[in-house]
Design a protein around this ligand. Structure first.
Ligand code: OGA
Ligand code: NI
Length: 300
């Protein structure tokens, strides 16, 4: 395979398709009315419409765009090859640390607002999720995808679902993200939209909502011409959280579909694989799914 490490070569069924299908239908939701730092949800007249839009997007796609990029992001894009998490920012260069920390602070506010809207869309109080994030495991990753000599055989990030609650992804204009359409399993290319984040529902929301919303499967393609940068922010609850369907959303007719699982343990197990191709399946929320037969017994 010449200069390409065979570890990067995907099995046939996971390789990108030569002809790209664009994800035309991903909803573009304008959050400008609630994105100013001091805005509250209560006085927003358009709130009902927004909540419906978000609920529909979470249900049908598990992913939506949010317009208006934080201006900080433009400062942060000179950043180069700096992988690493951001509970506190990278040590060098000092400017980068500052920009990352400021970015994290702002994006966190946005994440809370989105969680508030998602709570409302599920018929819950706006602050229903906030307690989970008083201590948190959220982090930012700086993804750098160098040009790839064999883009049709490899992927930048293999298919996966984000295990956290919510992902807010900023990307440059190169593009490469693909999402799997829920209706037919087709992989669709997400065209980079200027001034918009891509928000996707993660596994934890899927469990909390007892499958009302489903996390979206996605992957990232590479290309032979241009390097690409993307910056996902993952919102995660405290490590000691036992993730389980919210009690308000389960009842006799709609029993809990998942057993509780400890988020910290889940995360540690997941991190060990670090997106490598695995021979065995990595830990997944469906491992905690309660079989239908057991749910039926409980009803009897
Ligand atoms: C991720 C991810 C996609 C991208 O980091 O979890 O899915 O477009 N990234 O970089
Ligand atoms: Ni992801």
């Amino acid at each position: 395979m010449g200069e390409v490490d065979p570890a990067f070569i995907q099995p046939q069924e996971h390789r990108p398709k030569p002809d790209i299908t664009r994800a035309e239908g991903i909803p573009l939701i304008d959050l400008s009315t609630i994105s100013s730092p001091n805005s509250t949800l209560d006085n927003d007249q358009a709130l009902g419409v927004l909540v419906d839009e978000i609920g529909d997007a979470c249900k049908s796609w598990g992913v939506f765009f949010r317009t208006q990029l934080l201006s900080l992001l433009h400062i942060s894009l000179p950043m180069r090859n700096s992988p690493g998490g951001l509970i506190s920012g990278p040590e060098y260069p000092a400017d980068l640390r500052e920009v990352c920390e400021e970015y994290a602070k702002e994006i966190e506010k946005l994440a809370y607002k989105l969680m508030g809207l998602i709570a409302l869309s599920l018929g819950l109080p706006e602050d229903r999720f906030h307690g989970f994030f008083e201590e948190q495991t959220s982090f930012i990753r700086l993804n750098h995808y160098p040009p790839c000599p064999v883009p049709d055989l490899a992927l930048g990030v293999g298919r996966h679902k984000d295990a956290f609650a919510l992902t807010i992804l900023a990307q440059d204009d190169v593009g490469g993200l693909e999402v799997k359409r829920k209706t037919d399993g087709e992989w669709l290319w997400v065209k980079p939209t200027p001034n918009a984040y891509i928000i996707n529902v993660g596994d934890i929301i899927q469990v909390w909502s007892n499958d009302t919303y489903e996390s979206v499967e996605h992957r990232a393609m590479v290309n032979s011409g241009r390097e690409r940068f993307s910056i996902p922010y993952f919102l995660g609850p405290a490590h000691y959280t036992n993730v389980q369907p919210l009690e308000e959303l389960v009842n006799q007719q709609n029993p809990a579909k998942y057993k509780p699982y400890n988020w910290g343990k889940f995360l540690v197990t997941r991190k060990r694989s670090n997106f490598q191709k695995l021979d065995v399946e990595n830990i997944q929320i469906h491992h905690f799914k309660i079989p239908e037969s057991e749910m039926a017994e409980k009803l009897d």
